[in-house]
Design a protein. Sequence first.
Length: 580
Amino acid sequence: MSLPPRVSPSSLRSSRWFGPDDLRSFGHRSRMMQLGYSEADFMGRPIIGILNTWSDLNSCHGHFPERVKDVKRGVLQAGGLPMEMPSLSVDESFTKPTSMLYRNMLAMEVEEMIRSHPLDGVVLMGGCDKTTPGLVMGAITAGVPMIFLPAGPMLRGHYAGKILGSGSDAWKYWDERRAGNITDEEWLGIQGGIARSVGTCMTMGTASTMTSLTEAMGLSLPGASSIPAADSGHQRMGADCGRRIVDMVWEGLTPDQIITPAAVQNAAIVAMATGCSTNAVVHLIAMARRAGIDLTLDDLDALGRNTPMICNVRPSGKDYLMEDFFYAGGLRALMAQLADKLDLSALTVTGQTLGEGIAGAEVYNDDVIRPLSNPVYAEGSLAVLRGNLCPDGAVIKPAACDPKYWVHEGPAMVFDSYPQMKAAVDDENLDVTPDHVMVLRNAGPLGGPGFPEWGMLPIPKALIKQGHRDMLRISDARMSGTSYGACVLHVAPESFVGGPLALLKNGDTVRLDLPNRRLDMLVDEAELIRRRDAWTPPEPRYTRGYGFLFQTHVTQADKGCDFDFLQQSFGRAADEPDIF
């Protein structure tokens, strides 16, 4: 794909603010001089916004105050002027009820921040789960040259000679604690050892999934998503991003040239091969639709059937974490293994093709990054289900659950709220068997509210005591990317808006047939009609504020949970009418 001619200094977007000889531009120039800059600093050179999602409560981004200095160094070296712009942090660990509620707020903020300021290009600094899609979605719509700098995964966790993985081992040892198999002292040791450096979760959770997919889509420099946050290579990558974004501005290399159907398909194939988080479905669909590409659940399922999972990293893999993935060659090496399945002609932020970006990549540990002939799992990491419980689709992660549940039939145990479910699973006398199908509803985009990560329903204590560690669970919620188990998620339409899950009753037989991609309740159609007629819509969660905006305009899980008025709105900021 050929690039447009180089942009002239007078054609820079920032020249609209600073170039004209009029009173308004006089004001802009004088305020820049108030900040200590001379005209030589900002006239005729690219002004680069560095959108930084750091906060004191975001441990994943704890290194960003230092890393932004590296980005600025690169921008200055390349002849640009860096301007740090604080952005909504939406950290995963502390944001209630869920950071997913605010992904679209971040996307809106990014779009409007770019649109309303004299920025010629942007470096997006993110990584914690919702920051990657939120930043990218907003930047896609704004349309200026952009490059994404991933936060990078944290180092491996350690306790008592054991390697710990964030999320996955928290669930594992929590069940052992509930079963009485570990002491309080051991529990506290795990608590202190599971997250021992800055950076995102070091499993192939949502954070590493989304940074990997963003790189596979061509929006990051080659290898950027694999570097651990604490590695000095991450500092160098920050400066590389700063230098490259200046060149992208001069080249006029905008997101619409990079995010093509081929690029989106590359990202989806990489998702399947990595053992990705189920959250990838919602975010990748939303990102694609922002670029005018109608990616569907069926597209993802078709790619999953033909893409083996070759990344042996927890939670879908067994033994390794993201640090091991980096040492084994990282995402470049994994994509090199997939070369015959990818469109190597897709353009990336380097100005070169994906094929050129992965040329020469090697695998240094073929148990971490497997060859196609020896996959961790024969198909991709996600499967999409249809049936009378989920006519618009649901998602499951087959490689992360016990194969005995791939075909399963059992009585439903239905919970209408998370507190109700939590009280029940802690009851040691709960009348439950391993064949039961646990169901949590009213936990979707509107019901949660915000689509919380409640989908990995805790195994009832009564079963934990008997030695059981998995059972079939169904929810219209999401699941943390670090989680595992026989969990059916993203049931659409959600129960809160009257989806079929709202009609399920305790004792109804539920059948999962994974090979045939089916999820059904074995209830007579006439009975379902009677239940539908008797169903009463719940009261809305919000009456004001952002929550009201969210519930009024958010789409369902199968459409990416973006706002309906933002999807497929592709005007470029540079083409917006002058607001002066």
